[in-house]
Ligand binder design. Structure first.
Ligand code: PLP
Length: 412
């Protein structure tokens, strides 16, 4: 009995502590939404069928998969048959790029890919691999805010590029690329030259935060990931426009029209469907709320000496809820750890490799000096964030930063 009391009181303390914690790292991952968890649980217990089986349990599972596919399609403004479930954004990006490259090679098309210099490693990795296999790869430079120049893209297209992959929103600096203008330019050059140009977009950071309408936006493919908007880790999807050819790079039982073979992760697929439906219904309100938090925190940070935003200065060129900055005089990783001690989870743009802290490729691509880049920090609000979180974040950061910034009051 006493033991039970101790466990309960420790749990209560733990829950109080959890309540006091502020999670401001929503670009890294998000909590599974309670509605999503509730919807997926039956598919981990009584509804456990294999969607490929033709018996009752199998058919029930298939129905749930197709329902989820419809919900994802409704969120993206595409046809359900254009949605392929995958395990994550990384796999979706790899299948889109390497699978299309197989098609390009098999059909004697131009082996020329264009990417930006600030792509996520799940795009940069395939690009570098293709380069090692004889593809020409154009790495488009970006300006101080992280935006590509359309003229540079046009030059590469006119030199015969047959594949383009430019991310919608950058995870580190929150910059939004002019995706509409990019697709229009690619379409224009393709029409003028009478050839097909494959256009992929890594939209992992965008889905659930900004509206996407693939009926209007003429991308060939787009990837995203469930854990960035309330579904669990281990589920993502690839949109692949009808009649656009991508060859498989993984071989197996033929699931997901042969592109993502492997028995479908039923509960995770159900989760992605529910998260997509909720995101569609709530994204307008969420976007407004995230823009408000972002504006308030940026306003407070810019009052502090030595703080400089990384990425765009204007909110309409930045991912809602995303704030990234360099704090002169303090290393980003140190600020992350100090914030953690005060119950606030944020992240930095530099990483420790074998004892040496190195600035990321993205920060170097926007022209930050190595010293400045080492001070980079990222704060990302999400659906669970509140006004109180923003207030607390402002207070904690003000204390931490005025403690180390030159010319400012020294303290905690
Ligand atoms: N692309 C971007 C822009 C990302 O931010 C991430 C993850 O952070 C990924 C791709 C990879 O997604 P996943 O974690 O689902 O593999």
């Amino acid at each position: 009995m006493r033991g039970c009391y101790h466990v309960a009181s420790r749990l209560t303390k733990w829950y109080r502590l959890m309540e006091a914690l502020i999670y401001l790292d929503n670009s890294a991952t998000t909590r599974v939404r309670p509605e999503v968890l509730e919807a997926m649980l039956p598919y981990l217990s009584e509804n456990f069928g294999n969607p490929s089986s033709i018996h009752t349990q199998g058919r029930k599972a298939r129905e749930a998969v197709e329902q989820a596919r419809q919900e994802v399609a409704d969120l993206l403004g595409c046809q359900p048959r254009e949605v392929y479930f995958s395990s994550c954004g990384t796999l979706s990006n790899n299948v889109a790029l390497l699978g299309r490259a197989r098609f390009v090679e098999a059909n004697g098309l131009n082996k020329h890919l264009v990417v930006s210099r600030i792509e996520h490693p799940s795009v940069m990795g395939p690009a570098q691999y293709l380069e090692s296999q004889g593809f020409r790869v154009t790495y488009l430079p970006v300006d101080r805010e992280g935006v590509i120049r359309l003229e540079a893209l046009e030059t590469a297209l006119r030199q015969g590029a047959s594949m383009v992959s430019i991310m919608w929103a950058n995870n580190e600096i929150g910059v939004l690329q002019p995706v509409e203008a990019i697709t229009e330019l690619v379409e224009k050059v393709a029409a003028e030259q009478g050839r097909e140009i494959y256009q992929h977009c890594d939209a992992v950071q965008v889905i659930g935060k900004l509206p996407v309408d693939l009926e209007k936006l003429k991308l060939s493919s787009l990837s995203f990931s469930g854990h960035k908007f309330g579904a669990p880790k281990g589920i993502g999807a690839l949109f692949l426009r009808r009649l656009v050819n991508v060859m498989p790079i993984i071989f197996g039982g033929g699931q997901e029209m042969g592109l993502m073979p492997g028995t479908e992760p039923l509960a995770n697929i159900v989760a992605l469907g529910v998260a997509s439906r909720l995101a569609r219904l709530e994204q307008e309100e969420l976007q407004k709320r995230l823009l408000g938090y972002q504006e308030k925190l940026i306003g407070a940070l810019l009052q502090l000496p030595g703080v400089e935003l990384t990425g765009p200065s204007s909110a309409h060129r930045r991912l809602p809820g995303h704030v990234s900055f360099c704090a002169g005089g303090i290393e980003g990783e140190a600020l992350v750890l100090k914030s953690d001690l005060r119950g606030m989870a944020i992240s930095s743009g530099s990483a420790c490799h074998q004892g040496i802290i190195e600035p990321s490729a993205v920060l170097r691509a926007i022209g930050l000096s190595p010293e400045k880049a080492l001070g980079s920090v990222r704060i990302t609000f999400g659906r669970d964030s509140s006004d109180a979180d923003v207030e607390k974040a402002c207070v904690i950061l003000q204390k931490l930063l005025t403690g180390v910034l030159p010319g400012a009051e020294r303290g905690g």
